[in-house]
Write a protein that binds this ligand. Sequence first.
Ligand code: FAD
Length: 297
Amino acid sequence: MTITGGLMIGPPDGSVVSGTLRSAREHGLPHEILTPSAVHDRFPAFELAADLVAVMDPRAGYLDPETCNSAHIDAARNAGAEARFDEPLIEWNPDGNGVRVRTQSRSYTADQLVLAGGAWTSSLARDLGLPLTVERQTVFWFESDRLNSSYGAPDFPIYAYEYKPGHICYGFPRLPRGMKASVMHSGELARDAESVRRTVKDEEVKPLRAALRPVLPQLAEAALRENSVCIFTNTPDHDFIIDFHPKHRQVLISSPCSGHGFKFASAIGELQADLITGGNARFDLSPFRATRWSNSG
Ligand SMILES: Cc1cc2nc3c(=O)[nH]c(=O)nc-3n(C[C@H](O)[C@H](O)[C@H](O)COP(=O)(O)OP(=O)(O)OC[C@H]3O[C@@H](n4cnc5c(N)ncnc54)[C@H](O)[C@@H]3O)c2cc1C
């Protein structure tokens, strides 16, 4: 994790600024409220429009996800786990109090099963008819060579900007790949993870440029270096699902959904371990019930 500080930017009464402030005050977190000129004095790349304000979170930063994934897999192996890759699960069925799993290459029996299939969760728990949507997300890397040093850490924090009510764009300081930025949500919905359109047309960067202009006008005009497509798996309330299968308690469904699950990976892993070893979690997981959309939920 690299700590850069984080700027949560938006209109003073918008959900990003007011939500960040509420969270900081409720949990006693250090923060500062900065005017556009105070933001510019401290982080010269930022030129906020006059009607905006920023909440500075000095503890914010970014994770390198590939390194995190490797670290998690190493930690699991060191604790005795066996990691198998390129072996898709074809089907699972309850087997007495346990479970039988068939993969592309073999069958397993186990006492418990954790289904953590991300965008594939609907098909892995088809009988539940979970109301998940699969949303295509584009991410872009702008050319950073022509931008001055104020676009690199420590002069450039991570940021999220509420460019219209309830909608944010976000980005990172200069990294070897360029300046990464994206508009969160507002992507096309796909039937399932396999049918997501994987190519990006050049004009798809336009909404991101428009969103960035009131806070990072120079970056908004920078040349594009790279793009990519990722997938969000959304629940209707944008909260996760972490719950036992309602009919089969030996199966735990765990899908850190809605585009904000990665930072919780360690915590969710611990929760999963607690749930399948002791059946109890140390947090209230009722907001994450798999049945919360049904009448019985
Ligand atoms: C553009 C983008 C930006 C994001 N930014 C952030 C962020 O800033 N902060 C944050 O916290 N989160 C962020 N996220 C969200 C985060 O990446 C996800 O919430 C998280 O990766 C979900 O983890 P997961 O393990 O549930 O699913 P995934 O990471 O999707 O993993 C599911 C795995 O299951 C495998 N699988 C599927 N079907 C089968 C099968 N039949 N058999 C075996 N394996 C199967 C898949 O191959 C995949 O490896 C972002 C996501 C995107 C797309």
